[in-house]
Ligand binder design. Structure first.
Ligand code: EPU
Length: 429
């Protein structure tokens, strides 16, 4: 809820087992992919988060049915699409809604959508998406507040992406599945969520190869059919809980993870001195005191994920010596540092670089979630701080983390949600 806060009493070690949910950034394009067929598509392990609710509503407003069957199972049917224009008042609520453009254009030859919303973390242009549609033969025009893409039948071609945009690559894959002939996408994003989407599309009859590398080939097919697909585990949620365990000197087992999706984080955590045990589908973080400062660069996959930069930054406030974070993906993703400073962190920012000197003894303070991942960073800082941390605007966290406070409570954190209407009370487990 807008206006809700988390109240955290710091200083309690996290202990226990937490199950990682299905990935937000895999579920959102997967929901859009169901627009490519008139058959039922069933998605499993869909996280119950605000961004998924918004995406589901976007599809409903286009004419699809989206039913929650319980336990993360969602059935989508797009047999009766009655408009090809996405509702602007929903699209402005997150970035991923723009990914309905690709499937609508691919299946119906037309799509309209306004520029999407999403976190305020820097420039987030759409040139990669639009250049991809144009290369496939679509005409792009502006209609009211929307971009409109039109093409009687898309034509496969060779496309070079100026930047390996994740949603840009996904939008092009979705559009190109039913194009005439072969499409080759060069400088494609290699994120696991792209590979997952390609796998789902292949299970619907698409012919995509190379996903997970930076060259993806799509052999167009005349039509796609329904599927049942399980959403991959959320590597960003997993990384967040790994950093939460480490910052609290705790001992936590993460279940339902794909460890190789977290290679960069595991590497950096170990370099800092954290003790991490990797299982087939689990990750165990053991108590590790005396962490050492490290240098990290946030980059496209398989580089260190920008979405984990802030929680790792929070952890590095507890490491000995100097740490340096270079944010290379977004041009304004170090704003959370201002919130950490309110808690006593010793961090300076120069351009896209944060320099952290530690360890600092953090003190509870009134801070805000500025976006999904900055919110997670201040919650983690609150777990390690002395006294009570009051985190405002936690609706940002609701967009991307399933039952965040409840999962932390399950590990022993003293965190509680205070509704905007309720009186502030002391935290309980
Ligand atoms: N960019 C362009 N042109 C474009 C699109 C993007 O230059 O047409 C640039 C942006 O300016 C930015 C960079 O590319 O500097 C990264 O943007 P990208 O398009 O790759 O990001 P995205 O696809 O919009 C997804 C995730 C983000 C995650 C990024 C990078 C979803 C729904 N969102 O966004 O997730 O940070 O990839 O990994 O998949 C989050 O979950 O908190 C989140 C922000």
């Amino acid at each position: 809820m807008v206006g809700d806060r988390f109240v955290i009493e710091g200083g309690h070690r996290l202990e226990g087992v937490v199950r990682i949910s299905g990935a937000k950034n895999a579920a959102l394009p997967a929901i859009a992919a169901a627009l490519l067929t008139s058959d039922d598509c069933i998605l499993e392990d869909v996280p119950d988060i605000e961004d998924v609710a918004v995406m589901s509503e976007v599809l409903r407003r286009l004419g699809a049915t989206v039913e929650w069957l319980g336990q993360g199972r969602v059935r989508i049917n797009a047999a009766r699409i009655h408009t090809l224009a996405a509702p602007s008042e929903l699209v402005v609520r997150n970035r991923a809604s723009f990914v309905v453009m690709g499937p609508l254009l691919g299946r119906f030859g037309e799509a309209a959508c306004c520029p999407p919303g999403g976190d305020v973390i820097g420039e987030r242009p759409l040139d990669v998406h639009l250049a991809g549609f144009r290369a496939l033969g679509a005409t792009i025009s502006r209609f009211e507040d929307k971009y409109r893409a039109q093409a009687p039948r898309l034509q496969g071609t060779r496309i070079f992406l100026d930047y390996p945009s994740v949603l840009g690559t996904e939008n092009i894959l979705l559009a190109a599945c039913m194009a005439h002939g072969r499409t080759v996408v060069c400088n494609a994003a290699a994120e696991p969520e792209v590979s997952f989407l390609a796998g789902m599309l292949n299970s619907m009859g698409a012919r995509i190869t190379g996903a997970g590398s930076n060259i993806i080939e799509i052999e167009g097919v005349p039509e796609l059919h329904g599927t049942t697909t399980t959403v991959i585990p959320d590597r960003i949620e997993a990384g967040t809980f790994a950093c939460a365990a480490a910052i609290s000197c705790g001992e936590v087992v993460l279940e339902n993870v794909v460890p190789r999706h977290l290679d960069a984080l595991i590497w950096k955590l170990r370099e800092a001195g954290a003790v991490i045990e990797v299982g087939e589908r689990t990750l165990q973080v053991r108590p590790s005191r005396d962490l050492q400062g490290v240098t990290v660069q946030a980059l496209p996959y398989p580089g260190f994920a920008t979405d984990l930069q802030s929680v790792f930054g929070a952890l590095l406030t507890q490491a000995h010596g100097m740490s340096i974070i270079h944010e290379r993906v977004y041009d304004n993703r170090l704003l959370y540092v201002g919130e950490l400073r309110k808690m006593g962190a010793n961090v300076v920012v120069a351009g896209q670089t944060a320099i952290i000197n530690g360890p600092t003894s953090l003190a509870g303070a009134a801070v805000r979630a500025l976006d999904i991942r900055s919110g997670a960073a201040v919650v983690l800082a609150g777990l390690a701080a002395h006294g009570v941390t009051d985190v405002g605007d936690v609706y940002h966290l609701d967009r991307g983390y399933e039952h965040f406070a409840e999962k932390l409570q399950g590990l022993g954190a003293h965190i509680r949600r205070v509704s905007s209407k309720a009186q502030l009370t002391s935290p309980t487990r």
